[in-house]
Design a binder for this molecule. Structure first.
Ligand code: AHR
Length: 492
């Protein structure tokens, strides 16, 4: 029969690695992400291991979380790491000025974060305070964590119960220094970056605080100034959130119609333009693509749920969020030559979370299931592809019906496909000439309504299900993608 879309996979051209770090997450001291979401303390009635929620540990392990960024965010440039080490009852408190003005008791600090990463099997990514911190404080943090020499900092670490250094590769130097991280100009920040980075030698992969969305000037100045000392910079971050309309009009997380559906998906697709244009600037200074574009904050940012603290950024998560995650991750896969890491904001109870908690209950969101489904791409090899597809249009906006990426690993070809159309199924012919496949299988995330979500105390309405796929014949296979769905096809 006649397929509406076609996808050609160029398996012979597969050579770019999709870093597993593209599937990364971000956990800030914000609202109930750390406290209540990840950490409840050893004395909690909620089942925990050394204070970390057992249900959340298992969920993150099952999702194959590869890397976790911490402690912020805007919080990061207010955080003084020495307040978060040593006996808990002696740790000073602080006020979380950006997020609700709540008092932070510093019971979750460096040791707790690194212990948690170890338990869930994720690499740690620590973000250093530039905005209100000193070079000395930064360099001592790196030394405390990574050094095996005898020194006051390593003695302090040992006194606090940790003999061996931790293996922390990824360090961010400042966060949003154009905004909450100090309201700096790119010129000033770039000089400061070079200064901080010069004294953080133990940080093997240093990430400079990059632009907000389409601030191409920031990228230009930062690359120009930091690449004078190429050994000081391994990555540059990019932050780009998706709103229904704009920062001023974020829209509702669950209460929306088809207009808001297409608007959010259309805004999400802007990530491709951002990655392309920032990469073009980076290419000028780094033609061999050594420096990674690290999209360490992305995802949907909607109005907070009614009745919750506006400073806590708590929002629900629907099938629309699943599509947004699927599209962004396809984009990062397809640009894996430059995008070396991404971290969705944020892991638990904040913005586009994979997990929501309420007391001792836990919900896995539609976004969770996308990360679980897409984990097959982690450390796989990208298969370049050509997609021909029609448009879904509404309200003067137009998005492609289908969005896709593909990879290969251990002899298995994995194709992830999003059907953006909320009303029509779409048949797609997948062309994989050159390979002989004996079997095929699939998975799907969909639901009968576009704004379905999972909630506490009831059965899931959006989850991961098996999906029948026919084995390819003569290198061709047609798949019928239900409306508003995210689908994985695997060929072997
Ligand atoms: O993720 C929430 C906030 O968004 C972060 O703290 C900040 O970096 C960004 O503005």
């Amino acid at each position: 029969s006649f397929a509406q879309s076609t996808l050609h996979l160029h398996t012979d051209q597969a050579d770019t690695k999709i870093n597993k770090e593209i599937y990364g997450h971000f956990a800030e001291h914000l609202g109930r992400c750390i406290y209540g979401g990840i950490y409840v303390g050893e004395n909690s009635d909620i089942s925990n291991t050394r204070g970390f929620r057992d249900d959340v540990i298992v969920a993150l392990q099952d999702m194959d979380i590869p890397i976790l960024r911490w402690p912020g965010g805007c919080f990061g440039d207010t955080y003084h790491w020495k307040d978060g080490i040593g006996p808990k009852d002696e740790r000073p408190s602080m006020v979380n000025i950006h997020w609700g003005g709540v008092t932070e008791d510093n019971s979750f600090g460096t040791h707790e974060f690194l212990d948690f990463c170890d338990i869930i099997g994720a690499e740690p990514y620590i973000n250093i305070n530039v905005g209100s911190g000193t070079v000395q404080e930064a360099s001592e943090w790196v030394e405390y964590v990574t050094s095996s020499n005898v020194s006051p900092m390593t003695d302090l670490r040992k006194k606090n119960g940790r003999e061996e250094p931790w293996d922390v590769k990824y360090w961010g130097i400042g966060n949003e220094n154009w905004g909450c991280g100090g309201n700096m100009t790119p010129e000033y920040y770039s000089d400061l970056y070079n200064r901080f980075a010069s004294y953080c030698g133990g940080a093997r992969y240093k990430i400079a605080g990059g632009p907000n969305i389409a601030d191409y000037n920031w990228m230009e100045v930062l690359m120009q100034k930091t690449m004078r000392h190429p050994h000081l910079v391994q990555g540059v971050s990019l932050h780009a959130y998706t709103f229904t309309t704009s920062w001023e009009n974020k829209g509702h997380a669950t209460d929306f119609g088809e207009k808001e559906w297409i608007s959010v998906l259309n805004n999400t697709l802007n990530m491709e333009t951002l990655v392309n244009r920032h990469s073009t600037i980076m290419d000028k200074y780094d033609p061999n693509k050594r420096v990674g574009l690290i999209v360490d904050e992305w995802g949907n940012w909607f109005n907070v749920e009614e009745g919750t603290n506006p400073g806590f950024l708590y929002q629900q998560n629907t099938l629309r969020d699943a599509l947004v995650a699927g599209i962004n991750l396809n984009i990062f896969n397809n640009h894996a030559d430059r995008v070396k890491m991404s971290n969705i904001a944020q892991t638990v109870n904040v913005l586009q979370s994979v997990i929501l908690t309420k007391e001792d209950e836990m919900v896995l969101t539609p976004t969770y299931y996308v990360f679980k489904m897409y984990s097959v791409h982690q450390d796989a090899t990208l298969i370049p592809s050509n997609l021909k597809t029609g448009k879904y249009k509404l309200d003067g906006k137009s998005v492609p019906n289908i969005h896709a990426s593909a990879s290969t690993k251990d002899g298995v070809v994995s194709i992830t496909l999003c059907n953006l159309n909320p009303n029509e199924s779409e048949s797609i012919e997948i062309n994989v000439t050159g390979d002989d496949f004996a079997s095929a299988n699939g998975q799907i995330i969909t639901s009968d309504k576009m704004n379905n979500y999972n909630d506490f105390g009831r059965q899931e309405t959006v989850s991961l299900k098996d999906f029948d796929v026919a084995t390819p014949k003569d290198g061709k296979l047609t798949v019928e993608l239900p409306s508003k769905s995210v689908v994985l096809v695997q060929l072997q």
